[in-house]
Design a binder for this molecule. Structure first.
Ligand code: 5GP
Ligand code: ZN
Length: 114
Protein backbone atom coordinates (compact mmCIF):
# COMPACT_ATOMS: atom_id res chain seq x y z
CA UNK A 1 0.00 0.00 0.00
CA UNK A 2 2.10 2.86 -1.39
CA UNK A 3 0.30 5.71 0.37
CA UNK A 4 0.75 4.19 3.86
CA UNK A 5 3.57 5.94 5.71
CA UNK A 6 4.23 2.90 7.92
CA UNK A 7 4.42 0.59 4.90
CA UNK A 8 6.97 3.03 3.49
CA UNK A 9 9.00 2.87 6.71
CA UNK A 10 8.80 -0.93 6.78
CA UNK A 11 10.02 -1.02 3.16
CA UNK A 12 12.89 1.27 4.22
CA UNK A 13 11.84 3.91 1.72
CA UNK A 14 11.38 6.32 4.62
CA UNK A 15 13.68 6.57 7.64
CA UNK A 16 12.84 5.49 11.17
CA UNK A 17 14.76 4.54 14.28
CA UNK A 18 14.19 0.78 14.40
CA UNK A 19 14.56 -1.03 17.71
CA UNK A 20 13.32 -4.49 16.64
CA UNK A 21 12.50 -6.39 13.48
CA UNK A 22 11.79 -9.92 12.36
CA UNK A 23 9.94 -11.44 9.43
CA UNK A 24 6.49 -10.47 10.75
CA UNK A 25 6.87 -7.56 13.18
CA UNK A 26 8.86 -4.34 13.38
CA UNK A 27 9.25 -1.72 16.11
CA UNK A 28 10.57 1.82 15.79
CA UNK A 29 10.61 5.00 17.84
CA UNK A 30 7.61 7.31 17.59
CA UNK A 31 8.55 10.56 15.84
CA UNK A 32 6.58 12.61 18.40
CA UNK A 33 7.17 10.77 21.69
CA UNK A 34 4.58 11.14 24.44
CA UNK A 35 6.82 9.55 27.07
CA UNK A 36 10.58 9.01 27.54
CA UNK A 37 10.10 5.63 25.86
CA UNK A 38 7.52 5.65 23.04
CA UNK A 39 7.88 2.81 20.56
CA UNK A 40 5.47 1.67 17.87
CA UNK A 41 5.17 -2.10 17.37
CA UNK A 42 3.48 -3.18 14.17
CA UNK A 43 2.95 -6.03 11.76
CA UNK A 44 4.74 -5.82 8.42
CA UNK A 45 1.41 -6.77 6.87
CA UNK A 46 -0.88 -3.80 6.31
CA UNK A 47 -4.16 -3.72 8.24
CA UNK A 48 -5.87 -0.32 8.30
CA UNK A 49 -7.51 -0.76 11.69
CA UNK A 50 -7.98 -3.43 14.35
CA UNK A 51 -11.37 -4.13 12.76
CA UNK A 52 -9.61 -5.58 9.71
CA UNK A 53 -7.99 -8.36 11.74
CA UNK A 54 -9.28 -11.87 11.11
CA UNK A 55 -9.25 -14.97 13.34
CA UNK A 56 -6.19 -16.23 11.45
CA UNK A 57 -4.30 -13.10 12.53
CA UNK A 58 -4.67 -13.93 16.24
CA UNK A 59 -1.12 -15.22 16.69
CA UNK A 60 0.32 -12.22 14.86
CA UNK A 61 -1.59 -9.86 17.16
CA UNK A 62 -0.40 -11.80 20.19
CA UNK A 63 3.14 -11.52 18.91
CA UNK A 64 2.88 -7.72 18.95
CA UNK A 65 2.48 -7.92 22.73
CA UNK A 66 5.38 -10.35 23.11
CA UNK A 67 7.60 -8.05 21.04
CA UNK A 68 6.46 -5.06 23.13
CA UNK A 69 7.50 -7.00 26.26
CA UNK A 70 10.91 -7.66 24.73
CA UNK A 71 11.36 -3.99 23.79
CA UNK A 72 10.23 -2.91 27.29
CA UNK A 73 12.96 -5.15 28.73
CA UNK A 74 15.48 -3.73 26.26
CA UNK A 75 14.70 -0.19 27.45
CA UNK A 76 14.63 -1.38 31.07
CA UNK A 77 11.13 -0.07 31.81
CA UNK A 78 9.60 -3.52 32.32
CA UNK A 79 9.74 -3.57 36.11
CA UNK A 80 8.76 0.07 36.61
CA UNK A 81 5.77 -0.38 34.32
CA UNK A 82 4.64 0.52 30.86
CA UNK A 83 1.46 1.00 28.89
CA UNK A 84 0.34 -0.63 25.62
CA UNK A 85 -2.27 1.19 23.52
CA UNK A 86 -4.08 0.50 20.26
CA UNK A 87 -6.05 3.45 18.92
CA UNK A 88 -8.90 2.38 16.62
CA UNK A 89 -10.62 4.92 14.39
CA UNK A 90 -11.30 8.60 14.79
CA UNK A 91 -12.62 9.07 18.32
CA UNK A 92 -9.73 7.06 19.75
CA UNK A 93 -7.32 9.37 17.94
CA UNK A 94 -6.00 6.99 15.30
CA UNK A 95 -4.02 9.07 12.82
CA UNK A 96 -2.03 6.43 10.90
CA UNK A 97 -4.16 3.73 9.36
CA UNK A 98 -1.72 0.82 9.67
CA UNK A 99 -2.35 -1.14 12.87
CA UNK A 100 0.26 -0.34 15.51
CA UNK A 101 0.72 -0.90 19.20
CA UNK A 102 2.06 2.02 21.23
CA UNK A 103 4.57 1.07 23.95
CA UNK A 104 4.84 3.95 26.43
CA UNK A 105 6.98 4.12 29.52
CA UNK A 106 9.63 5.90 31.52
CA UNK A 107 7.20 8.11 33.40
CA UNK A 108 4.12 7.75 35.61
CA UNK A 109 1.01 7.20 33.50
CA UNK A 110 -2.31 8.80 34.34
CA UNK A 111 -5.66 7.04 34.38
CA UNK A 112 -8.15 7.58 32.85
CA UNK A 113 -6.25 8.47 29.69
CA UNK A 114 -7.15 11.72 27.94
P1 5GP B 1 -2.04 6.88 16.17
O1 5GP B 1 -2.44 8.31 16.44
O2 5GP B 1 -2.47 6.46 14.79
O3 5GP B 1 -2.46 5.91 17.23
O4 5GP B 1 -0.46 6.86 16.25
C1 5GP B 1 0.33 7.25 15.19
C2 5GP B 1 1.69 7.56 15.75
O5 5GP B 1 2.61 7.59 14.69
C3 5GP B 1 1.75 8.93 16.43
O6 5GP B 1 2.15 8.76 17.78
C4 5GP B 1 2.76 9.70 15.61
O7 5GP B 1 3.60 10.52 16.39
C5 5GP B 1 3.54 8.60 14.92
N1 5GP B 1 4.06 8.96 13.62
C6 5GP B 1 3.42 9.65 12.63
N2 5GP B 1 4.20 9.76 11.55
C7 5GP B 1 5.37 9.14 11.86
C8 5GP B 1 6.58 8.94 11.12
O8 5GP B 1 6.75 9.32 9.97
N3 5GP B 1 7.57 8.26 11.76
C9 5GP B 1 7.43 7.80 13.03
N4 5GP B 1 8.48 7.16 13.57
N5 5GP B 1 6.30 7.95 13.75
C10 5GP B 1 5.28 8.63 13.16
ZN1 ZN C 1 0.65 0.16 5.84
Amino acid sequence: MAECIFCEIIARRMPADFVYEDDEVVAFKDINPQAPVHILVLPRKHFSTLLDLKPEDASLVGKLILVANEVARKFNIHNRGFRLVFNCNREAGQSIYHVHLHLLGGRIMMWPPG
